[in-house]
Design a protein around this ligand. Structure first.
Ligand code: PMP
Length: 401
C-alpha cells in the first residue's frame, strides 16, 4: 500500500482543465476558447518580433551570465515596470515612494502582495468583484486574507452594476483591501468608465479602503498602454497608497516566462524602504529569487526607444485583431438572425467576451460543435480567427434556438 493511498483525485482547474479536454478531442474542427492566450489568424501562438530581437541581443552579449538575481529581481526591470504602469512622470516614482519587486508573472505578484498584507496590514479582508478571475479567491485565501465579494456585473444589462458596486464598497469595513482589475475585467470584459473610476476613487479614499490593482492586460484592452493604465494613475495621482500586480504574459506574449512585478506605492520613501525589506522576507522562503531570462527581455525592450516603439505597434496589432473578431462574431450572429441582443460582444473589451450562455448551452456547444470554453460562458476572443468565427456563430445559434 501507499502512504498516499487516501489521496483523492482533485478536479482539473476550471480554466486550464478546458485545454486538457480540448487536447483529448480528435475532432478537426475543435476550437479552444478557454484559456486567455493570444493566437494569430492562423490559430498559432505568437512570439512578438520585438521579443525575438531582444532575445537575440541577450544571446549575443558575452557579458551576460546566469548568476542569481537579488531577491527583489532585476533592478532595471523593476524601475521600468513601475514607470510603465504609473507613467514616466509619476510623482510617486520621482519621490522614491514605490517599492517594486520582480515576481512570477501576475499570479506571483498577487501572491507576494497578499502574503505581505496578511503579515503587515491590519484589515485582513479583501473584497473581490463578483465575478472575477477564478484564481483570485484561492490566491488570497491561501495567503491568509479573508475574501468577500462586491457586486460588479449585472447579467440583465451585461454591463456594470455600478450602483451595487458603490453600495457594497460603502458598507465594507474601513481599511478593507479592494481588488480592482486595472482594465479589461476578466471574465466580463466590462470596465468602469473614467468618470465611474473617479467616483470609485473618491469613495475608497474617503473610507480608507486600500486599492490592490491587478493589471494583467495593460495595452491589450485598447491598444494603448497609457489609456489602459488610467484607472491606476488616478489613484496614484491623489497621493494615496496602493498595490499593483503587473503581468507581461499577455501584453508581451511572455506567458511561460513568468514575468511580472509587484509595486507598493507608499506615503513616503522611508516607508517604501521598510516595505521592500519585508517583501524580501516574504519572497526568500518561497522561491529565493526570480528567474532572469524573461525579466531581461522586458528590460531590454522597455529601455530602448526603438524596441519600445516596435512593441507598442505589435501590441496594438494584437488588440486590433481581437477587436475585429468581436465585430465579425457580432455580424455573424446578426446574419443568422440569432435571437437575443448580442451587442455586448462589441461593447465588452479585452481578451474575453462574457457571452451570457449558460452551463447547459456551453456543454451543448462542446458536445456538438467541439467548442471549448469555461462553463460560465466566457470565450477568449484572442483564440478566434475569421476561419473559426462562422463555426462558433453556428454553435451559438444552435445553442440558443
Ligand atoms: N489576473 C488576471 C485577471 C488574469 O486574467 C490573469 C491571467 N489569466 C492573471 C492575473 C495572471 O496571469 P499570469 O500569472 O499568467 O501573469
Amino acid at each position: 500500500g501507499s502512504v498516499f493511498a487516501h489521496v483523492v483525485k482533485a478536479p482539473e482547474d476550471p480554466i486550464l482543465g478546458v485545454t486538457v479536454a480540448y487536447n483529448k478531442d480528435p475532432s478537426p474542427v475543435k476550437v479552444n476558447l478557454g484559456v486567455g492566450a493570444y493566437r494569430t489568424e492562423e490559430g498559432k501562438p505568437l512570439v512578438l518580433n520585438v521579443v525575438r530581437r531582444a532575445e537575440q541581443m541577450l544571446v549575443n552579449d558575452p557579458s551576460r551570465v546566469k548568476e542569481y538575481l537579488p531577491i527583489t529581481g532585476l533592478a532595471d526591470f523593476n524601475k521600468l515596470s513601475a514607470k510603465l504602469i504609473f507613467g514616466s512622470d509619476s510623482p510617486a516614482i520621482q519621490e522614491n515612494r514605490v517599492a517594486t519587486v520582480q515576481c512570477l508573472s501576475g499570479t506571483g505578484s498577487l501572491r507576494v502582495g497578499s502574503e505581505f498584507l496578511a503579515r503587515h496590514y491590519s484589515e485582513r479582508t479583501i473584497y473581490i468583484p463578483q465575478p472575477t478571475w477564478g484564481n483570485h479567491p484561492k490566491v488570497f485565501t491561501l495567503a491568509g486574507l479573508s475574501v468577500k465579494t462586491y457586486r460588479y456585473y449585472d447579467p440583465a444589462t451585461r454591463g456594470l452594476n455600478f450602483q451595487g458596486l458603490l453600495e457594497d464598497l460603502s458598507s465594507a469595513p474601513s481599511g478593507a483591501i479592494v481588488l480592482l482589475h486595472a482594465c479589461a475585467h476578466n471574465p466580463t470584459g466590462v470596465d468602469p468608465t473614467l468618470d465611474q473610476w473617479e467616483q470609485i476613487r473618491q469613495l475608497m479614499r474617503s473610507k480608507g479602503l486600500l486599492p490592490f490593482f491587478d493589471s494583467a492586460y495593460q495595452g491589450f484592452a485598447s491598444g494603448s498602454l497609457d489609456a489602459d493604465a488610467q484607472s491606476v494613475r488616478i489613484f496614484v495621482a491623489d497621493g494615496g497608497e496602493c498595490l499593483t500586480a503587473q503581468s507581461y504574459a499577455k501584453n508581451m506574449g511572455l506567458y511561460g516566462e513568468r514575468v511580472g512585478a509587484l509595486s507598493i506605492v507608499c506615503s513616503s520613501a522611508d516607508v517604501a524602504v521598510r516595505v521592500e525589506s519585508q517583501l524580501k522576507l516574504v519572497i526568500r522562503p518561497m522561491y529565493s529569487n526570480p528567474p532572469i531570462h524573461g525579466a531581461s527581455i522586458v528590460a531590454t525592450i522597455l529601455k530602448d526607444r526603438a524596441l519600445f516603439h516596435e512593441w507598442t505597434i505589435e501590441l496594438k496589432a494584437m488588440a486590433d485583431r481581437i477587436i475585429s473578431m468581436r465585430q465579425l462574431l457580432f455580424d455573424a450572429l446578426r446574419a443568422r438572425g440569432t435571437p437575443g441582443d448580442w451587442s455586448h460582444i462589441i461593447k465588452q473589451i479585452g481578451m474575453f467576451t462574457f457571452t451570457g450562455l449558460n452551463r447547459e448551452q456551453v456543454a451543448f456547444m462542446t458536445q456538438e460543435y467541439h467548442i471549448y470554453m469555461t462553463s460560465d460562458g466566457r470565450i477568449s476572443m484572442a483564440g478566434l480567427s475569421s476561419k473559426t468565427v462562422p463555426h462558433l456563430a453556428d454553435a451559438i445559434h444552435a445553442a440558443v434556438t
